[in-house]
Each structure stands twice: as structure tokens, then as C-alpha cells.
Design a protein around this ligand. Sequence first.
Ligand code: KG4
Ligand code: ZN
Length: 365
Amino acid sequence: MAATLTILGLESSCDDTGAAVVRQRDDAAPEILANVVAGQGDLHAAFGGVVPEIAARAHVEKLDLCVERALEEAGLRLSDMDAVAVTAGPGLIGGVLAGVMCAKGLSAGAGLPLIGVNHLAGHALTPRLTDDLAYPYLMLLVSGGHCQFLTVGGAEDFSRLGGTIDDAPGEAFDKTAKLLGLPQPGGPAVEAEAEKGDATRFAFPRPLLDRPGCDMSFSGLKTALLRARDAVVVEKAGLTEQDRADLCAGFQQAVCDVLAEKTRRALAEYMAEEPEAPALAVAGGVAANKAIRSALEAVAEEAGVAFTAPPLALCTDNAAMIAWAGMERYRLGLFDDLDLAAHPRWPLDQSSQPMLGSGKRGAKA
Ligand code: KG4
Ligand code: ZN
């Protein structure tokens, strides 16, 4: 029987400052006792995107307040924790450093073990926190900075089947919003517009569907959107609300179609390994999109595979997923010490060829 563990998790890799407390009693389902997220939307709004220096400063200001609130909500003290888990990358270096420094202080001050967590592992392991999903499963991790298919065989066992060769879908949603004058983060705004639009009015490309395998590309989509927007503007000297909704609907449908077809192919590859209880799970900020969730659910159903998508608040960045990934590492005896470094780049599957970025800064994915 496994021991009861209570873990404090910290997240600060992008523009959400988070602190959470997750507990697992023996072998029972884990409980999220607190999950505090302080967004920074207002601070970046005027700039049309996340400004790394502003983000880092805001994390420094908010981290300890978030920890205080999380402990208060959980009704526990720091001394009740078994360990402090923190995102040690990948992400914006200033923010990751702020989290790692805060965690080191808490760990040294309270004499608690320190556990560095890969942010992507946090997303990829979320279905185990929310749905007790057993290994191995196929994960589509789809967020603002990442998009990849992974076979998840354990807390330390990720094998990448394919991914984006350029932008991540979240990035494309954010750029689409920017081009159409919608607020950031773009995903929820574009989704809301898309619900009022006609997805068939504009013919957007479905990049890389003509090539085998499950690699994807989303950068051409935003160029197509820009062209379609400009064509309407030239024709009518402006965009109506309906034009904007139709552009959003067409764009979102193209993303849905690409993700669905590539998921079909990734599923076929994963099923060739004959997993005992085959399952498809999706995670990351873009997994909050209802149209994308239902398109993926349909693909899973068609393949006779179980489907898991975390609740919306656990799709976008949060510290509960970091506490949970920390707990999985704790149970494997994987701890860090005060030498724990912040990694701006840190691919989950280190054995695969880099897909994005290389050289001095290392592979992005
Ligand atoms: O996982 P996340 O919070 O941060 C990263 O690790 O990247 O993902 C943020 C991304 C943003 O690009 C945001 O626009 C996108 O997720 N997103 C969505 C939705 N909600 C958030 N994209 C599409 N539809 C949504 N409802
Ligand atoms: Zn994330």
C-alpha cells in the first residue's frame, strides 16, 4: 500500500502564477485541496502578447501570496507538506527561475524535499490526476507553445510519435485573435466568435494532411487567415461582426480537422503496440476548446478507444498538475537538491530527433 502524500506545487513558466496542494491517501484517488491561479492578462493586454520581463516580475510578486492562499484554502501548513514540486522548465526563463527560487526557499526553510517538474509532463500526466488513467495511453498535448503526440508509459517514459514542425495551435489561435482585434489569450475569444460563424464560408488549408505520419503545421493557417481577412477588408472597406465570426469558425474548423486526422494516424501507430486498455487523452490549453474536444472524442469512439479530457481549469496552466507530477516523481524516489536548474528548453522525449530549434539553446521539442 502506498503512503499518504501531500505535495505543494508551484507553476510560473508563462503568464499564470499558480500554487496548489494535492493529496493522495494511500491508494485512493488524488484530491486537489487547493488550486490557486493568478493570471496576468491585464498586465500584458496593452502589448498584444506576453512580455517575458513583465511576466517574471509579476511571478516574483505573486508566488508567495499564491502559496499562502493555497495553504489557507487547503487548511494546512507548510510543515504538513511532504515535498515542494516546481516547474523547472520549459518556459520563459525569468518566470521559471522565479518559481525555482521560491521553491528552493520553501524547501530549505521548511526542510522539505524539492522536486523539479517538466511543465509538459504536468500537462501529460493530468489525466492520471483527474481520471486515474492507467499507463500506457496516447496523449495529444496541445497548448500555446507545444503540440505533440506522446505515448505515455510512465512518469518518466514519454515517446513522441509526431508533433508540429512550426507553430503550436494555441499560438495560431492567439495570432488569429490579434489579427481580428480580439483579446488575448486568443483561444477562448476565437472559440466564442466561432460559435456564431459559418465554418464553410472561407476555404482554409489543412496543412500536411497530404503527407503520411502525424507531424503537423499551423503557421500557414495564420497566413491564410490574414489573406482572407485582407480580401474582405479590400472588398467591403472593413469587417462586419459576421465576417469576423465566419473567419474564426473557418479557422477553428481547419485546426479541428487537422488535429482529428493526425490523431487518427497517431492512434493507429499506438494501437499497433496492442495496449491492454487503449486510451486517448488530450491536455494543454487548447484542450479547453469544446469543438476540438468533441472532434477528438469522435475519433476515439470511431477507434473504440476510451477518451479523457481534463476539466477546463486543468487544461490551461495550473499548479495542481505540477503537484501531481511531483507526486509521481516522489513515488519513484526522484528528488532534486538546491542545484536544481531552470531549463528554458526541455523536450519530454529526449531520445527522439529534435523537431524544433537546435544549436546552442537546445531542442524546443
Ligand atoms: O497550456 P497553456 O495554458 O499554456 C502553455 O503551456 O502554452 O495554453 C495556453 C494556450 C493559449 O495559446 C490559449 O489561447 C490556448 O491555450 N487556449 C485555447 C482555449 N483556451 C486556451 N485555445 C483554443 N480554445 C480555447 N478554448
Ligand atoms: Zn502549459
